[in-house]
Design a protein around this ligand. Structure first.
Ligand code: CUA
Length: 166
């Protein structure tokens, strides 16, 4: 009975070592980002019932719009819907320059997106959950918010605007 030692080609062995080193590097990078720098994937801010979120008088989205919660600080409750037509409610909001706005966005029907142009705000809007992101507007001007998830035939005209006044 003969035994035979398994032969691994030198190139193959080197590539296996490189692959293993890369896995360790990637795992380290993800760990440093998550635990060292505190970067986490967005979690749903709140759960809501999509069947009643737009009509229940206790739901802020039955009366969407801006609420000033402190001087220069606002909560913006925004409803993104495709039924009966594709739009955000409200279509327009206005805040003075330097304001900090927390957007609370939800949908009663299908999945939408919410991107505020020229800011880092860009997230999915999912029926049944509330997406939140906070933006400080340091420059006056008009910032459009646009739908970034395909949501039907009116997707391309689904937008609104924030006016930041001097
Ligand atoms: Cu709403 Cu695309």
């Amino acid at each position: 009975m003969s035994t035979q030692k398994m032969h691994i080609d030198r190139y193959e062995r080197n590539w296996m070592i490189v692959s293993a080193v890369l896995l360790v590097l990637f795992a380290s990078a993800v760990s440093v980002a998550a635990f060292g720098m505190g970067i986490q994937v967005p979690a749903p801010e709140q759960r809501v019932n999509p069947n009643t979120v737009a009509t229940d008088p206790n739901s802020p989205w039955s009366n969407p719009g801006l609420r000033e919660v402190a001087p220069g600080k606002y909560d913006a409750y925004i409803l993104a819907h495709a039924i009966p037509n594709w739009e955000y409610l409200p279509k327009e909001i206005s805040v003075p320059v330097g304001s900090t706005v927390s957007f609370y966005v939800t949908s009663p029907d299908v999945q939408h997106g919410f991107k505020v142009q020229n800011t880092n705000a860009n997230f999915m809007v999912i029926p049944g959950q509330v997406s939140k992101l906070t933006v400080t507007f340091d420059e006056p001007g008009t910032y459009n918010y646009i739908c970034t998830e395909y949501c039907g035939s009116g997707h391309g005209v689904m937008y609104g605007a924030i006016t930041v006044t001097p």
